[in-house]
Design a protein around this ligand. Structure first.
Ligand SMILES: Cc1ncc(COP(=O)(O)O)c(C=O)c1O
Length: 361
């Protein structure tokens, strides 16, 4: 059966060559007569896989030795607790930028462990723009300022970050590895793997080493960055298979030219889609132009009565998971690194013919 195009927000499309390699190695990894799933995380073979993945991830993002790279359990959501537990105090404060659904989830959880100050919010405008960094109100007492550079559901993003007087923490779940970033402007970057890195179940944390060592006393050992770092992300059994696949995705990305090369493709894919939407009265995207995400493109049909027909017909055409999140409605095309450009071309052809067919409906 031919593979279909998956526009889901995550778990997302994987590069096909990675899936084929995994398939080939599934029963017998590296001549060991076992699947990589069946070998101990403490074995020299797996330790080598883990080390290589970290080294490739570091190379792709030019992460210096000033930062620790951790691979974690619990996806991105676990970080909503881990960040304040490790960087803030119950009596102190942390600042948060409210840019949509995922930022709100982070804010709510952080409030259980520290005092949250809202540095900026675009809620009054229904999150149709991302609060500019220059508008963030930061208290010098804040342990950090947290923001969500790419809001996966709303489809809005903040593309660049200048250096900041308060340490910056970013939930980069849906933007990591999609374009180059200046790591040194951040103090901590985290995310779930299931968009641009690999299978779900794995999370990543890139944290300045100087911030380690001061967790709140109640922090469970398994959520303690310092212990995770000391234990080389193996305080207990890690999600080994997901880690192995992530390593393959890093190799794939390096083989096609790294983050700069994928950024060029990503920008081309997103531009095509936004240009088409803007040129039509049938489709619309209401996010402020400079804040439009290049990973998640939500769009509405002017005639919302056609929503289910759009989803039914696109599904039949092999274009899957285009339904928008219930809080936004309409459609959303997630066009992560693994989704080939032909997927976007196929979607555009479909959208064009759907418009021709139903514009008088
Ligand atoms: C920006 C962002 N943050 C957090 C999450 C939650 O991730 P997880 O399911 O890995 O906890 C998601 C999931 O889509 C996301 O897009």
């Amino acid at each position: 059966m031919p593979r279909k195009f998956n526009f889901g927000a995550g778990p997302a499309t994987m590069p096909e060559s990675v899936l084929l390699e995994v398939q080939e190695e599934l029963l017998d990894w590296n001549g060991l007569g076992l699947s990589v799933m069946e070998i101990s995380h403490r074995s020299p073979e797996f330790v080598e896989i883990a080390k290589q993945a970290e080294s490739d991830f570091r190379e792709l993002l030019s992460i210096s030795d000033n930062f620790a790279v951790l691979f974690t359990h619990g996806g991105a959501t676990m970080q909503n607790a881990m960040v304040p537990l490790n960087l803030a105090t119950p009596d102190g404060m942390a600042s948060y930028v409210n840019s949509g659904h995922w930022a709100k989830r982070s804010i709510k959880e952080a409030g259980r462990y520290t005092n949250v100050k809202i540095a900026a919010s675009s809620e009054e405008a229904d999150f149709q723009y991302f609060p500019e960094q220059s508008s963030w109100i930061l208290d010098a007492e804040s342990a950090y300022v947290h923001y969500t550079p790419n809001e996966t559901i709303g489809g809005l993003c903040l593309r660049t970050l200048e250096s900041s007087s308060v340490p910056v923490v970013a939930d980069y779940s849906s933007g990591i590895l999609s374009e180059p970033i200046e790591i040194d402007n951040f103090s901590l970057i985290y995310g779930g793997a299931q968009k641009n890195i690999g299978p779900s179940g794995l999370g990543f944390v890139i944290v300045k080493k100087e911030l380690l060592g001061n967790p709140q006393p109640i922090t469970p050992n398994l959520l303690n960055y310092t212990l995770i770092h000391e234990g080389e992300s193996m305080s207990n059994t890690p999600p080994t298979f997901a880690w192995y696949v992530a390593g393959k995705v890093f190799k794939w990305l390096k083989s096609i030219g790294g983050v700069e090369a994928i950024a060029e493709i990503n920008n081309r894919k997103a531009t095509k889609l936004y240009d088409f939407i803007d040129s039509s009265d049938f489709y619309k995207n209401e996010i402020k132009t400079e804040n439009r995400s290049i990973m998640n493109v939500p769009f509405l049909l002017s005639n919302e009565d056609l929503n289910s027909l759009f989803l039914e017909e696109s599904n039949k055409a092999g274009l899957l998971a285009l339904k928008g999140h219930r809080s936004v409605g309409g459609m959303r095309a997630s066009i992560y690194n693994g989704l080939p450009e032909e997927g976007v071309d196929a979607l555009l052809n479909f959208m064009e013919s759907f418009e021709q067919k139903y514009s008088d409906a």
